[in-house]
Design a protein around this ligand. Structure first.
Ligand SMILES: [Zn+2]
Length: 143
């Protein structure tokens, strides 16, 4: 009785090694991604505050214009922060997709060519979905 119960809780070993990522590596990837997600969310919140501040000061602050010798810098700041914000949101989406890939076992494998992405690249960019070669190809257009 107790033997068969133990059998049922045993994790499916061979299936999880199919991607070459050990359970320890998967756990590590999950915690790295969780940290990345937290940092990115904090960054988005901070950027959003900056953005709201800029919008507010430019909307309500025609009286403040005298303090600002370059009125156009506000528009520039706003564009700059908006760009950073959209970058950070893309990154957050990328991190979510990477977390899903950890769950389905495809994390660490290039989405395009199916080869391993490589530990070095994953250390630098934990949410990377493609290997260096494919990422370079993407940047350069179709090769
Ligand atoms: Zn690739």
């Amino acid at each position: 009785m107790s033997d068969s119960a133990a059998d049922r809780i045993r994790p499916a070993g061979p299936a999880s090694t199919a991607t070459g990522l050990s359970p320890t590596e998967q756990a590590a990837a999950r915690s790295v991604l969780a940290g990345e997600r937290e940092r990115t969310q904090a960054r988005i919140a901070a950027l959003q505050r900056d953005f709201d501040g800029i919008v507010l000061s430019s909307a309500s602050g025609s009286a403040d214009d005298e303090h600002d010798p370059e009125g156009s810098s506000t528009a520039f700041d706003r564009q700059h922060v908006a760009a950073l914000l959209s970058q950070a949101r893309d990154q957050l989406a990328e991190i979510s997709r990477a977390a899903e890939r950890v769950a389905d076992g495809s994390y660490g494998t290039c989405e395009r060519c199916g080869l391993p992405i490589g530990a070095e690249r994953l250390a630098a960019r934990p949410a990377a979905a493609t290997c260096v070669r494919c990422a370079a190809g993407q940047a350069a257009g179709r090769v």
